[in-house]
Ligand binder design. Structure first.
Ligand SMILES: C[S@@+](CC[C@H](N)C(=O)[O-])C[C@H]1O[C@@H](n2cnc3c(N)ncnc32)[C@H](O)[C@@H]1O
Length: 187
């Protein structure tokens, strides 16, 4: 299969998106904070029907241009502010990788509740987000970071297919913990 990410100078899909595809079967998916679409392109090549949303119109224009050039029928790029917490459809898979930390902390409960509400029964949420912990204070000035065990408490009643708060490294070398979760909504 041709690698569209390389062709358009995009990074490879986030490793957690790739791993999630070993569990989540192709379905209607939402890529929240898609940027130029590295994950959306991967998901579409795996057979998902992807709605790809980002607040940055330039990122959405870049992805739209790739979609047009490649005549991809299975990605719908849309400018959308996640902070609205007003999704308009239901999805089998919602992926939100390294994006929640850019959201106003006061909007996080509403955003997570909206994601959960718009996940189909038996569907999945994938979240990767920076943390701020006593052991590893977040060295970046993000508007939002998770505290220890905070993300899992939002997902009580869901099956935590994967959950960890492991140490990771940003592109700039900063060391911090990330909350990583693949959770399945009850049927
Ligand atoms: C670090 S990038 C992550 C991109 C992608 N999820 C990935 O894994 O490569 C964060 C993205 O979140 C988007 N973003 C930040 N705040 C947003 C908001 N309020 N609504 C929608 N997108 C937002 C940014 O424009 C940016 O494209």
């Amino acid at each position: 299969m041709e690698d569209l990410n390389s062709r358009y100078g995009l990074n490879q899909a986030h490793s957690e998106v790739v791993q999630a595809c070993h569990v989540v079967k192709p379905c209607g998916a939402l890529d929240m904070g898609c940027s130029s679409g590295r994950n959306a392109l991967y998901l579409s090549q795996q057979g998902f029907e992807v709605t790809a949303i980002d607040a940055n119109p330039q990122a959405i224009a870049t992805l739209q241009s790739i979609v047009d050039q490649e005549n991809i029928q299975t990605i719908r790029p849309q400018v959308y502010d996640i902070q609205r917490a007003a999704l308009q459809a239901d999805y089998g898979f919602i992926a939100c990788t390294v994006t929640l930390m850019f959201i106003d902390a006061a909007r996080i409960p509403a955003v997570l509740a909206d994601m959960q509400q718009h996940t189909l029964p038996g569907g999945y949420n994938l979240i990767v987000c920076a943390m701020d912990t006593p052991e590893y204070p977040c060295p970046m000035n993000f508007p939002f970071t998770f505290k220890p065990n905070e993300l899992s408490t939002y997902y009580q009643g869901w099956e935590l297919v994967k959950y960890n708060e492991d140490l990771g490294t940003m592109h700039n070398g900063a060391r911090l913990q990330f909350a990583t979760m693949l959770a399945r909504k009850p049927q």
